[in-house]
Design a binder for this molecule. Structure first.
Ligand code: PGA
Length: 256
């Protein structure tokens, strides 16, 4: 059975000074269930400057992840952050190819593949985001888009490496619109099938695929109940520690 994985994506929100309170509330909500740490992997994708404080607040209980990395190890890339710098700060994971990076910072499938490769080579866990726009869904191109995004990345992955995918329909991100349980399951099953074709059944059946896009306590357990949905990448709702804790507990409940 795949262990649920619930990741917060804080995007460009919060201040380091707010994190001690955030984690105090979160932890006090989580003590409602014993051993929640063993049942769910929990991660926080924090803005770069918040990473050291987030790392401190998480202790060994939660994973801290960056929201982006640069694909080159060092060099003349003003304003960018290298993987080695993240590792020095104790950060061993990063989101890669979030749709906001693709949309606002022109990240192509090729760049996403290069970043994924750099993470894997450095022993960092990449959480690679894929998903279709509203127009693509309406023109019935969802599976073509997902296949194209996956096929760019999968050649850089080998079966002994660890990677997580997040299916994030762009039309559901920050819009309050969520994919239905059935739409999400259909996409997740498709993704797992493509991965299986490229990397084999064993790898595909142990791969965790997270759902992202207006996930919140009210809709999360229905999504988690789907066979191919292994957790969530949570934006807006993760800014409220009580809501995010409720979602972690739902994932823990489902894992029992
Ligand atoms: P949302 O964001 O939960 O606010 O829709 C999810 C994401 O962008 O990862």
């Amino acid at each position: 059975m795949r262990k649920p994985f619930v990741a917060a994506n804080w995007k460009m929100n919060l201040l380091a000074a707010q994190l001690p309170d955030y984690f105090q509330v979160l932890r006090s909500e989580l003590t409602a269930q014993a051993n929640v740490w063993q049942q769910v992997d929990v991660a926080f994708a924090a803005p770069y400057l918040l990473l050291p404080t987030a790392h401190q607040c998480c202790g060994g209980d939660f994973l801290v992840t960056a929201q982006n990395v640069h694909q080159e190890p060092s060099g003349a890339y003003t304003g960018e952050i290298a993987i080695g710098m993240l590792k020095e700060a104790g950060v061993m994971s990063s989101l890669v190819g979030h749709s906001e990076r693709r949309q606002y910072f022109s990240e192509t499938d090729e760049i996403v593949a290069a970043k994924t490769k750099a993470c894997l080579q450095a022993g960092m866990l990449p959480i690679v985001c894929i998903g279709e726009t509203r127009h693509e869904r309406e023109s019935r191109a969802t599976q073509d888009v997902l296949a194209k995004q996956l096929k760019a990345v999968l050649p850089v992955v080998s079966v002994e490496q660890k990677i997580v995918f997040a299916y994030e329909p762009v039309w559901a991100i920050g819009t309050g619109l969520t994919a239905t349980d059935e739409q999400a399951q259909e996409a997740h099953a498709f993704i797992r099938g493509v991965v299986q074709d490229e990397l084999g059944k064993e790898f595909a059946s142990s791969l965790r695929i997270l759902y992202g896009g207006s996930a919140k306590p009210e809709n999360f357990s229905g999504l988690l109940a789907q066979a191919d949905i292994d957790g969530g990448l949570v934006g807006g709702a993760s800014l409220k520690p009580k809501d995010f804790a409720a979602m972690i507990l739902q994932a823990a409940q489902g894992a029992l």
